[in-house]
Design a protein around this ligand. Structure first.
Ligand code: B12
Ligand code: SF4
Length: 475
């Protein structure tokens, strides 16, 4: 008997205002929905439709047999509220994603969660839908007759090419965008072999790294909805294997995908510094921006977090990108162990001296299961009774202090980082009126009108949704 299954992506902190600037398709749910033809799926992305308050969710849930929800640590509070509504309606509630995988004991504590699929979801979900006895399904945690069982882990999928293609047809592609450019996402590999102390990926994928074949990657790109003009590769480390990247580039050019799509990926400073020829080829194939986790510009802090790159590579990496017309979106952590205010401000200055194109900062966060969490607990930097279920996803207050900085100081530095970078007129004028008119960056001209027309108007129209308490508490 076919089931009606509702897969929910919970809302991000800033609601509609955020989604008009950046809104990413729920790729995980599209993969999950691909594992069975027998059942009927609906994917509900609450980032797209800001009108979903508690009553509307409750009405929607009514129609379904199984409610699956994806969950990150910062969305756990909202997810839990949705679980409670679903449970009240007598539905079966299933969670998956990083938070339930790395903190599976939440099922022991919260009776509104019936099942958790830990780790990669596809095969476990398939077996569950096929009706295999729960006790035999690897990677499943479940409640039965009031008792909770955590089955052994499921080994990682050996050949990622065997996965069915994501069910892109289940959602309307039009709301999805990255900085106002109509966008889609693609996954070419899973995991990362590095061992950064703060990172959840190392724990989730146990430092494994598996790739899809370049041919399969192209197949996925060919299925990207027509409306998209940009594809973001969600891989943690797209450039790890140069030979493979070169082959993907070759195939992108052969299939002319770069005629109507541009690409953004996540990479590492050392990969870029080592491989200027790869970067040149990537730009030729339509790559326009690299998302790089610099985290800090203090070597001892990088060593402490086991980031495994050295600062002498930074200038080289930035020059290689800019010489090839590739923008850099730098990501930094505020409150690294071993950094004081002065060190942090040196990092702010370097971001501009290096001419980075965009940056974002995040407070050091002790996510469940990470090595950082253990260290923070041991040293009393975080409350040992930290309850993710009471943290609002828009909450900006850092969750831990460090030996050099209080939580309030980290908060001040976070706000200072954005002011010092984006509100510094000299910097923005220099960047936007000089660099992007050079021939290397001529691809930016194509998007400029779009930025102005769609972006600014939509953003202003939706400003009232920013950190909207009602929107948050609606769940
Ligand atoms: C792309 C991405 C984003 C996109 C989101 C796109 C989207 N709509 O999904 C954007 C840029 C918006 C984003 C934002 C943020 N992100 Co992010 N993101 C990622 C990234 C790089 C890839 C995610 C992805 O698409 N993977 C591919 C899919 C197929 O895998 P998956 O999501 O893991 O899903 C599989 C399983 O987890 C499982 N599964 C997942 N959901 C469900 C649900 C059910 C019902 C079942 C059965 C199974 C299941 O099955 C899936 C298929 O195998 C991950 C790192 C990573 N490697 O996953 C970080 C990651 C998920 N992000 C993270 C963080 C911290 C954030 C931010 C807080 C960052 C910030 N500075 O604001 C925000 C969170 C905003 C919020 N909700 O509060 C952390 C989460 C840590 C945690 N414990 O919660 C990660 C792990 C990065 C890291 N290294 O720590 N992110
Ligand atoms: S390189 Fe990136 S994905 Fe890999 S462990 Fe470090 S932070 Fe995580």
């Amino acid at each position: 008997m076919p089931m009606k299954i509702l897969l929910i992506y919970p809302p991000f902190p800033l609601g509609k205002a955020m989604s008009s600037v950046m809104c990413s398709p729920p790729l995980n749910l599209l993969y999950l929905a691909s594992v069975s033809d027998e059942h009927n799926f609906k994917v509900l992305d609450l980032n797209v439709d800001g009108s979903y308050g508690i009553e509307k969710i409750a009405r929607e849930i009514e129609d379904y047999d199984l409610i699956g929800i994806t969950c990150m640590s910062f969305t756990f509070r909202i997810v839990l509220n949705i679980c409670r509504i679903a449970k009240k309606k007598g539905k079966t509630v299933l969670l998956g994603g990083f938070h339930p995988t790395l903190a599976p004991n939440i099922i022991d504590k919260f009776k509104c969660i019936d099942m958790i699929i830990r780790g990669e979801g596809e095969l476990t979900f398939k077996e569950l839908l096929e009706g295999k006895p729960k006790s035999e399904i690897l990677g499943l945690s479940y409640r039965e007759n009031g008792k909770v069982y955590h089955n052994p882990n499921r080994p990682f999928i050996k050949n990622l090419d065997e996965l069915p293609f994501p069910r892109n047809d289940l959602i309307d592609s039009s709301p999805y965008n990255y900085l106002w450019i109509p966008a889609w996402v693609c996954e070419a590999s899973r995991g990362c072999p590095f061992n950064c102390q703060f990172c959840c990926v190392t724990q989730f994928y146990k430092r494994s790294y598996r790739t899809k074949s370049p041919e399969r990657v192209i197949e996925e790109l060919l299925r990207v909805p027509e409306s998209a003009q940009l594809v973001f590769f969600v891989d943690d480390n797209f450039t790890l294997n140069k030979k493979r990247v070169m082959r993907i580039c070759e195939l992108i050019q052969k299939t002319n995908l770069n005629k109507h799509l541009v690409f953004v990926c996540q990479s590492r400073v050392d990969d870029i510094a080592r491989n200027p020829d790869m970067v040149a080829e990537m730009h030729k194939s339509g790559f326009i921006c690299f998302f790089l986790g610099f985290e800090s510009f203090k070597q001892t802090a990088l060593n402490h977090m086991e980031k495994d790159y050295t600062l002498d590579k930074v200038k080289k990496c930035v020059d290689i990108c800019h010489d090839n017309g590739i923008m850099i979106f730098g990501s930094f952590i505020i409150g690294n162990i071993g950094e004081n205010k002065e060190d942090t401000r040196k990092t702010f200055k370097l971001m501009k001296d290096l001419n980075l194109d965009f940056m974002m900062t995040m407070p050091l966060t002790p996510f469940p299961g990470t090595k950082l969490y253990e260290e923070a607990i041991e040293n009393g930097w975080v409350d040992k009774n930290l309850k993710w279920e009471s943290i609002k996803s828009g909450e900006s207050k850092p969750l831990m202090c460090t030996p050099d900085l209080t939580r309030d100081e980290i908060l001040e530095l976070l706000s200072e980082s954005y002011k010092s970078f984006y509100a510094d007129k000299g910097y923005v004028v220099k960047k936007y009126l000089t660099s992007y008119w050079s021939s290397k960056f001529n691809w930016t001209h194509k998007f400029l009108l779009k930025f102005m027309k769609n972006g600014i108007t939509k953003f202003i129209m939706n400003l009232n949704h920013i950190v909207d308490e009602n929107y948050q508490s609606a769940y």
